[in-house]
Design a protein around this ligand. Structure first.
Ligand SMILES: NC(=O)c1ccc[n+]([C@@H]2O[C@H](COP(=O)([O-])OP(=O)(O)OC[C@H]3O[C@@H](n4cnc5c(N)ncnc54)[C@H](OP(=O)(O)O)[C@@H]3O)[C@@H](O)[C@H]2O)c1
Length: 329
């Protein structure tokens, strides 16, 4: 496993982090024993960064992570694992509408209560990184929630402060980086979604903001294992995400990518992760991992040779301006 500096911060992280959404729920059947084994395997392979959120099973993903870290400490393992979690806006529209107010969605009392709950679920008295789970451009002029989080940082409750981009307007967080409100950004960047390469990633590098890349597989599509016939169980969010004609459309795009990757020596999942890691602004990528096999396959990608320039150039041509696939559309 290779390690990279996390923005301008006094921290290095493994290039491959652990995306811990599916172990919390919403991805169909998931056995807790498999989740614990996958987490342990990734950490054994040198992964030092785990991304989670309240929303991943209402604290379930955080609790499993807390359990694994406690058990490993009790077993005498000396390691420094960095856990990033997220606070969602309080109940209301997702993504927040242009008319939502920060004092209604991220009030001080709500933020303080939620951060305390994140600590309880993770079993810690300080969060390594607290990310606001989403944002809206409408709040950039008065980013009060970040002022409150900076106070909590000064009180020693939070290490770093970050934001996860709203998928329909990822560039809305660029101003926050320029204004110095955030230490890290979590962004969707993959072979199909390359818009962050236009500005967001460069601004992050200029501002010393750590960059966490999520959804490198486009929720599994870029692993190349889906077909026109692929169906997801009702309790898997992908039954909405890939509803109607979407699965056929994405499979067609991925088939074209497969043709370019075919003689590269990479498998599709390897190419998807290496593509992301090719951008110098990227600190790490957090593929979703739900099994020991996926922990091994994904952690192993770090040690493979970097993506050759000619393949990178070919893959840049697959940027897909498809808009956002909300459920029910
Ligand atoms: N708004 C936000 O802040 C936000 C939103 C989404 C995600 N995230 C974070 O980003 C992480 C990554 O995103 P994601 O999990 O949504 O999607 P992803 O990384 O694009 O896809 C993950 C899925 O791909 C499959 N997979 C993983 N490794 C594989 C391999 N080597 N070969 C074949 N299939 C493989 C697994 O599902 P199957 O085994 O079921 O196929 C896995 O759950 C999340 O876990 C979460 O931590 C944050």
């Amino acid at each position: 496993m290779k390690y990279r500096k996390f923005g301008k911060h006094d921290l290095t992280t493994s290039e491959i982090g652990y995306g811990a959404w599916a172990i919390g729920g919403s991805w169909g059947d998931q056995d807790d024993g498999d989740s614990l084994a996958a987490l342990n395997r990734a950490l054994d392979l040198g992964c030092t960064f785990i991304d989670t959120a309240e929303g991943y099973g209402g604290g379930k993903s955080e609790k499993l992570i807390g359990q694994v870290l406690r058990e490993r400490r009790a077993a005498g393992k000396e390691e420094s694992i960095f856990v990033a979690t997220k606070t969602p806006p309080s109940d209301g529209e997702w993504p927040p509408s242009p008319y939502c107010k920060t004092k209604e969605r991220y009030s001080e009392s709500y933020l303080r209560k939620n951060v305390a709950a994140r600590m309880t679920c993770l079993g810690t008295d300080k969060l390594d990184l607290l990310q606001l789970h989403t944002w809206t451009r409408a709040w950039n002029r008065n980013p009060t929630p970040f002022k409150i989080l900076r106070e909590m940082q000064a009180e020693g409750k939070i290490g770093l402060i970050g934001v996860s981009t709203p998928e329909q307007d990822q560039n809305s967080v660029i101003q926050l980086m320029r204004d110095g409100w955030i230490d890290s950004v979590q962004v969707i960047y993959n072979i199909l979604e390359q818009e962050p390469a236009a500005e967001l990633l460069d601004v992050a590098a200029e501002c010393g903001v750590g960059v966490i890349v999520r959804v490198a597989f486009d929720e599994g599509a870029l692993t190349g294992k889906f077909t026109d016939e692929t169906k997801f169980p009702d309790d898997d969010f992908r039954s909405d995400y890939f509803a109607g004609d979407r699965i056929g459309r994405v499979v067609k795009k991925v088939d074209a990518i497969k043709a370019d990757v075919a003689d590269s020596g990479y498998t599709m999942p390897q190419a998807a992760l290496k593509f992301v890691l090719s951008h110098p602004a990227v600190s790490l990528v957090i593929p979703g991992i739900r099994t020991v096999y996926q922990a091994e396959a994904n952690c192993g990608v770090s040690d493979l040779p970097a993506m050759p320039k000619d393949l990178l150039t070919k893959l840049q041509a697959h940027n897909w301006r498809r808009g956002i696939w909300y459920s029910g559309k």
